[in-house]
Design a protein around this ligand. Sequence first.
Ligand code: CO8
Length: 284
Amino acid sequence: MTDATTDATTDEAGPSRLIRVEMPALAPASLAPAATVDGVALVTIDRPDALNALSFDLLRELAAAFEALDADPACRAIVLTGSGTRAFAAGADIRELAIQTSASLASGGDFDAWGRIDAVGLPLIAAVRGFALGGGCELAMACDMLIAGDDARFGQPEINLGVIPGAGGTQRLTRAIGSARAMEMILTGRTMTADEAAAAGLVTRVVPAEATVDAALELAARIAAMPPLAVRAAKRAVRAAAELPLTHGLAAERQAFFALFDTDDQREGMSAFIEKRPAAWTGR
Ligand code: CO8
């Protein structure tokens, strides 16, 4: 199913050695037989020897790749995974962090990539096998949906290193699983199994480990077949729920709903329903 056809891995610095970007030709088993779906990118963190630890360069390349895909009308959804079977990402690169000071972190711009990843308008789906720890757990939580293999382990073990999560862990884990559970995880550094993470509301779905990437690609393919402007608007509106007070979130949703009535896809979607035919989306 992951028949890679394109290597689009480029950024400001040229071809990447730390991530891979592919646009697979998809034929998910649960869609119509032999149907292929375009528009899904598979991005792979490619440092298996270091359990895909997130160096600053790697995060910059990841942000640049996401931005390029976000600007490409042919791309409708992105799956992010880690190479190998042992880890999505075992955290920030501790060797690189070990030599930092508060001043170097504050002035270096090395955390800017996180804001760039947050600004991506396309849906991001994390496909997590093995460890998603520290910055790796934060990166998975920065995605919009999370497919976990049954071998996945989530945690924020920074306390063991004398620090705390620094790329959203205290905020996103708390929003996802509640303060009491997040507090225990962050103050003790313990890891959660995939099933525990699912029960707590951290992940979208748990699947057999070897099916993780395919399940994420299939979900992405379903979303890629949806009207693109509505998909982006839906992502923005759901994200607003975590950021805005309810009255402001409701107002933002209403505004986005109204705005979609100026699109061809709204007219097409409703006409197609009334005429009992499949809709043909144009993204306008
Ligand atoms: N950074 C750098 N190298 C790593 C990391 C890491 N986070 N994790 C694993 N590695 C390397 C190991 O050093 C080892 O390399 P080598 O073979 O050269 O010695 C290789 O990956 C394999 O690891 P292990 O031998 O340790 O494998 P084990 O199966 O024995 O253990 C573990 C697996 C339990 C995952 C273990 O590797 C571990 O505890 N890793 C560290 C987990 C951790 O503490 N993560 C949090 C890091 S701090 C953080 O993420 C802060 C986020 C701040 C924001 C983000 C900024 C970018």
